[in-house]
Design a protein around this ligand. Structure first.
Ligand code: PMP
Length: 355
């Protein structure tokens, strides 16, 4: 705490990301990264990139990337916004649309960065409890509101909300912006990006960090009606007119173009997730059906915090959230088959785990 901090800064509770260890002998299943490298086309593009170009500023509009994404998702380039990771796209979204007289509605268990942005921008928010099975109770989102945001599939539960339900929600809430954060959509569920031409209040946010294996490049994007995208561009241009560096733009384009590699690696992660789920279930874990690249699991009687510590002593990192309702769950990212086998073997060696 410094005497130079403003009152607003004193009140901030910043987001704490999962550990990025400095040593390499760990099995890292704590931050939902992809266990496979990005497409070989990304590596080629990096190798042949002419560093002389770095003298210049990047394209502030990322036009080629927007065109590539627009073609891929069958929308117009003016319906695409790109930013430095979806975290930044979310920050601009909160700034552009959620500073309203009515509160923002969101599930009580969701991506914890949403609360951080509310705090940062002074946005009042109302948390709507999830159902007991971690489903989103849609009828509770009909209150007068200054916007709605949820992740689909949800994080950290991994639970999918069907597209029909999202459409019903959009029909009930035509006067407020509805943001669907689809960071994990490629691993399960149906994207709402197909609905953006029908619903002027829908904004869909996705990332290159998970299914495209480019977390280190920090690339996220939003798809929506042109006027929503223009709102985001206004905020961006009042903040940093160059949101994506040159190399990020080049590599993102290559990653989108290599659809075969994307489909192959995504399917591998899904298969490994399903295997991990059945292994955990046979060991007395309750596993939430997952549409993501992680599983959310609780053991019948061993506390999650204890299991996380046990795994840590065996050099396996997983995530645990000490928040009510979910504090007995572990969030385990899906790694390679070998990594997941090591996780299962380690859990089997715990004295209280029976198979
Ligand atoms: N949304 C959700 C639901 C997430 O879990 C994450 C990753 N932590 C993000 C957005 C942000 O991803 P990125 O900034 O890497 O695009």
């Amino acid at each position: 705490m410094s005497k130079f901090w403003s009152e607003a800064i004193r009140q901030l509770t910043p987001y704490v990301p999962g550990e990025q260890p400095k040593v390499s002998n760990l099995i890292k299943l704590n931050t939902n990264e992809n266990p496979y490298p990005p497409s070989p086309k990304v590596a080629q593009a990096i190798h042949s990139f002419d560093s002389e170009r770095l003298r210049l500023y990047p394209d502030p509009d990322a036009s080629l990337l927007k065109q590539t994404l627009a073609d891929y998702l069958s929308v117009k380039p003016a319906q695409v916004f790109v930013g430095n990771g979806s975290d930044e796209v979310l920050a601009h979204t909160f700034m552009a649309f959620f500073r309203q007289p009515e509160p923002l509605l969101m599930p009580d268990i969701s991506y914890s960065f949403y609360d951080v942005y509310c705090n940062l921008y002074g946005i009042e928010c109302r948390h709507i409890p999830l159902r007991e099975d971690f489903g989103i109770a849609l009828s509770d989102y009909n209150l007068a509101n200054g916007g709605i945001i949820f992740a689909n599939p949800n994080a950290p539960t991994g639970k999918v909300l069907p597209l029909d339900d999202i459409e019903a929600l959009l029909k009930q809430n035509t006067e407020s912006v509805v943001v669907v954060d689809e960071a994990y959509i490629d691993f399960g569920g149906q994207s709402a990006s197909t609905l953006v031409d029908q619903y002027a209040n829908l904004l869909v946010i996705q990332t290159f960090s998970k299914s495209r294996s480019l977390a280190g490049m920090r690339i996220g994007f939003a798809i929506g009606n042109e006027t929503l995208i223009e709102g985001l561009e206004r905020v961006k241009n009042s903040f940093n007119s160059y949101p994506l560096d040159m190399l990020a733009q080049v590599t993102a384009i290559e990653a989108i173009k290599d659809d075969t590699y994307f489909k192959e690696t995504t399917q591998k992660v899904i298969d490994t997730r399903d295997w991990t789920t059945s292994q955990l279930a046979s060991m007395g874990f309750k596993v939430v059906p997952s549409g993501t690249n992680f599983v959310f699991a609780s053991h019948r009687y061993i506390p999650a915090a204890e299991l996380m510590g046990f795994l840590r002593t065996h050099n396996i990192l997983v995530r645990h959230f000490s928040r009510p309702i979910i504090d007995n769950h572990l969030r385990i990212s899906i790694g390679t088959d070998e990594e997941m086998q090591a996780l299962i073997d380690c859990l089997k060696s715990h004295p209280e785990v029976t198979t």
